[in-house]
Ligand binder design. Structure first.
Ligand SMILES: [Fe+2]
Length: 225
């Protein structure tokens, strides 16, 4: 596996967290996806808003959960997956692997590295209070900062699909926040209303997102290596 370029030097334990965050920010700053740096910072901001006492593992996970998208030579490709949920599960696993490499190189304590890896592997689906918090911060951030750029890049149909999927990931509390969000572009407000309607109908019909089993399988597989 091709390694990321060096950059942590010989960080002493007390500096390893700061060095890791700095390294994550540097990698994400190079992403070809324009919304990535903003989304990373905004997810961390939402995490701290939802949980002001969030520990370092949760903070690193929030900042770096999508780092896979910034590593062009190794990133998971959407075109390689027929199923969007399978693609997202692979993306989550690959982001966790990259973060582990960075944390190992920066000398982060094993318990923190293990927890970041675990959290990022399941950040799309949650599953316990800490993972659910990360998922909520990530999901709300898409609507807060990604959506306008995603719309400009991918168009209405794909953005609508992404919004329906993203709305279903949100907790009830955060769904209310999204429902009250407005954008300068009226077309986006109309799109969001439609997405909320369609996602609400899908939730009512019991058609929830379904990639939990695939992600859990991937985590187990990686741990067994
Ligand atoms: Fe994200």
């Amino acid at each position: 596996m091709r390694k990321l370029s060096a950059g942590c030097g010989s960080a002493v334990t007390g500096d390893s967290i700061a060095a890791t965050k700095q390294r994550i920010r540097r990698v994400i700053a190079g992403s070809k996806v324009p919304e990535d740096p903003r989304h990373a910072e905004n997810t961390l901001k939402w995490l701290l808003k939802l949980e002001p006492e969030a520990d370092e593992a949760l903070q690193i996970a929030a900042l770096g959960h999508d780092i896979d998208r910034a590593v062009e030579a190794r990133k998971v490709q959407r075109a390689d997956f027929a199923d969007y949920d399978a693609f997202k599960a692979a993306h989550a696993l690959h982001s966790a692997v990259i973060l582990k490499e960075i944390m190992d190189e920066c000398g982060v304590a094993r318990d923190i590295t293990t927890e970041v890896y675990r959290l990022v592997c399941i950040h799309e689906i949650g599953g316990d209070p800490r993972a659910d918090r990360l998922k909520d911060a990530d999901a709300i951030s898409y609507f807060d900062v990604n959506l306008p750029l995603y719309y400009a890049r991918t168009g209405r149909e794909e953005t609508l699909r992404r919004c329906v999927w993203g709305y279903q990931r949100l907790s009830a509390q955060m769904r209310t926040v999204v429902e009250n969000m407005t954008y300068e572009d009226h077309a986006l407000n109309a799109l969001l209303k439609q997405a909320v309607r369609e996602a609400g109908a899908a939730v009512d019909a019991g058609n929830t997102i379904k990639h939990g089993a695939a992600a859990a399988g991937n985590i187990q597989e990686e741990r067994n290596r």
